[in-house]
Design a protein around this ligand. Structure first.
Ligand code: DX5
Ligand code: ZN
Length: 224
């Protein structure tokens, strides 16, 4: 069973497979259930919107049968409207795309929702959080980037806690059921303050895949 967030639930942890061993991806994804992950965060990069490349539809389609966990697909690609339906068909449970990468935001949300998928909107650290206010009522998730997208293992940008708080307040105003997800530089040391400022879902690449004990890292990120 895939897990979606319900109000009042514990903080969800979404390990990013960007930090997994790409040569052993199937086992890495299977391992996420064993160590107590809630979601799998799947970073898709096109080498244009961000200066890095990862993978696309086929990887998601081939990983899909290996896990029951919720597939949280984060598209870091230009003009995502062209491709979102194919990501849904490949097995995404939720597709997030970037505010900065698409002119037709309403149209892209519509394609994702009408394909029967949940939808998130991501914003870069230098985009004013208020800019996404007009779209929030249609969203299931607001993705606040706390590093510039492209690479795992970067440092959480100072000042991001305030942005998370702003996103949480906008959510409370426009879409009570939407969740706030935080992505980039999340560690067992800063997780508590991120959650305190309103985050519901924590993406963690290095903090989980780089941990000697992944299960313990996930428990600590969750504040257990
Ligand atoms: C960055 C990606 C993140 C990244 C997070 O472009 O969107 O999901 O994998 O990695 P950590 O948690 O190591 O910062
Ligand atoms: Zn991501």
């Amino acid at each position: 069973m895939t897990v979606w967030y319900n109000v009042g639930m514990k903080t969800l942890i979404a390990p990013s497979i960007l930090s997994a061993d790409f040569a052993d991806m199937g086992n890495e994804v299977k391992n996420m259930s064993d160590v107590g992950a809630d979601w799998i965060h799947v970073d898709v990069m096109d080498g244009v919107f961000v200066p890095n490349l990862t993978f696309g539809f086929k990887m998601i389609k081939d990983l899909r049968p290996l896990s029951q966990l919720f597939f949280d697909v984060h598209l870091m690609i230009n003009q995502p409207k062209r491709y979102v339906k194919r990501f849904v068909e490949s097995g995404a449970d939720l597709v997030s795309f970037h505010y900065e990468a698409e002119e037709d935001i309403d149209g892209t949300i519509e394609v994702i929702k009408s394909a029967g998928c949940q939808c998130g909107l991501a914003i870069n650290p230098d985009t004013d959080v208020q800019k996404i206010a007009p779209f929030i009522s249609k969203l299931d998730l607001i993705l606040i980037m706390t590093v510039f997208p492209g690479f795992g293992g970067q440092k959480f940008i100072d000042g991001s806690l305030e942005r998370i708080g702003t996103a949480a307040r906008l959510r409370d105003k426009y879409a009570k059921n939407a969740v706030v997800e935080v992505d980039g530089g999340v560690t067992t040391l800063n997780a508590k303050s991120i959650v305190k400022n309103g985050a519901n879902v924590l993406v963690a690449g290095n903090a989980v895949f780089g941990a000697a004990d992944r299960a313990q890292a996930i428990r600590e990120l969750r504040g257990e």
